[in-house]
Every structure is written in C-alpha cells, then in structure tokens.
Design a protein around this ligand. Structure first.
Ligand SMILES: [Zn+2]
Ligand SMILES: [Zn+2]
Length: 154
C-alpha cells in the first residue's frame, strides 16, 4: 500500500466573494486589503507580490491579480486583462482580443488563441501572459508544500 496524499482542497481556493469585490479600491491600505480572503496563503502571496512590484517585479508576471484578488489564471479571461497598449492578450496582426483557455485540472494548462489568424500570437507580451498563468497554476497547486515565495502567514 502506498500512503495516499490527498490533493489540496480546491474549494478553498475559490475566494473572490461579492463582499470582497465591493471593498476593492477602498482606501483601507495594503495591510487589510486581503483580510477578507479565506485562503491565507493566497492572501500572503498577493501581499508579497504587491510589495515585490514596488521593488521592480513586473505586474505582467505576477501569479496573483491585484484587482481581482485571486490567482491570475482565474481572472485572465476578464476583459480587464486585455491590454492593447502593451499587447497582452492582444493580437496586433488582427487587432483583436486573444482568448485564453485555462485547464485548471492538475497540473493545469494554458493556451492562447486568436480567432482572427488562428495561431497563438507569439509575442513577448503574450508569452508573459502564458508564463504568469503557468506560474499561478503551479503556485496554486503548491498547497502546503514549497511556495514560490517565503511569506509570513499572517
Ligand atoms: Zn485579474
Ligand atoms: Zn490574430
């Protein structure tokens, strides 16, 4: 018999509630910005990435989303993540939005496609989209094991 290791509960990783969304943007400061998030590990990584961004981490490679307060692969399909100016989720050949297909089933997969030209738009910006979503899936499945960041669970 091989001792089975139960996978981390995915239920507790779904965490953006309407109340959370309602408080987004309030000037309550960084400290309790993520206090309503049930998954304290996600909350800690969100806070850590906010700080890291101030010290130079590119917002485009974050594993968590400052606006939607979840793992970035969970909200990357939101229109807010289409950045025409930088080319993130944007196909310049077709001048249209690039769709992202996320399969959250472990270990997860990320695919980009453009309905216009039918090929994955391979640009630096879109590679960042794929990279951040892949990192986010890895971070989410990190569970209690090693995490990409050393953060206090406060
Ligand atoms: Zn988002
Ligand atoms: Zn295209």
């Amino acid at each position: 018999m091989v001792p089975s290791v139960s996978p981390p509960s995915r239920a507790r990783l779904r965490l953006v509630s309407p109340e959370d969304a309602a408080t987004t943007g309030s000037a309550s400061g960084l400290k309790d910005r993520y206090s309503g998030i049930a998954d304290r590990r996600l909350a800690a990584i969100l806070a850590a990435e906010d700080v890291a961004e101030e010290y130079g981490l590119s917002a485009h490679v974050r594993t968590t989303c400052y606006v939607h307060r979840c793992w970035v692969h969970q909200c990357i399909s939101d229109p807010l993540h289409v950045l025409v100016v930088t080319g993130h989720r944007w196909c310049r050949r077709c001048d249209r939005t690039v769709d992202v297909e996320i399969d959250e089933t472990a270990p997860g997969s990320v695919e980009l496609y453009c309905d216009g030209c039918g090929v994955p738009p391979d640009t630096v910006a879109n590679r960042e989209v794929v990279f951040s979503c892949r990192s986010s899936l890895v971070a989410m499945y990190g569970g209690e094991a090693s995490t990409p960041y050393v953060v206090p669970d406060c």
